[in-house]
Write a protein that binds this ligand. Structure first.
Ligand SMILES: [Zn+2]
Length: 153
């Protein structure tokens, strides 16, 4: 597992140049397919150099952004598996899923601005709207909520 690969990916693709984070460079890097996937939020597998990411079209657009970042995190950080299939309930029961979810929060919620926003008194809901992510991902970014409970297990 290589968490250090996440800041490198952010730098290389200039992902934190704007708020909300523009995922176009990530979508260009990977082949992203949108399709209905029932209970699966997204999947990823490696082929050629980068990989393919699948996103469930039934999700809210903010959740779709989170799933693209989560799957890109698997492809960037994890070498163990060639195929990742992700369901919401899995995130807090698997170390690898927790890592991908935390990495998604790093990709989509830049630290610098976040500190200013919090200082200005923004609520979790306001931050979620600003960064165009589900509010759960803001909680993950702060190391709170389900993520915090799962880490203590
Ligand atoms: Zn996953």
């Amino acid at each position: 597992m290589r968490f250090r690969s996440i800041p490198r990916l952010i730098d290389r693709l200039h992902l934190h140049a704007s708020i909300p984070v523009d995922l176009a460079p990530l979508i260009e890097r990977y082949e992203v397919q949108y399709q209905p996937l029932r209970s699966i939020l997204g999947f990823a597998f490696r082929y050629d150099r980068a990989g393919l990411i699948g996103v469930n079209t039934d999700l809210h657009p903010f959740e779709q952004r989170m799933v693209i970042a989560h799957e890109a995190a698997h492809l960037t950080m994890h070498n163990r598996d060639d195929y990742y299939s992700c369901r919401r309930g899995d995130w807090w029961h698997s170390r690898m899923e927790m890592q991908a979810q935390f990495a998604a929060s790093l990709l989509l919620v830049p630290a610098g601005r976040l500190v200013d926003n919090v200082h200005d008194g923004a609520t979790v809901e306001e931050l979620a709207a600003l960064y165009e992510v589900p509010h759960d991902l803001i909680m993950v970014r702060f190391g709170l909520g389900e993520y915090a409970k799962a880490r203590r297990r």
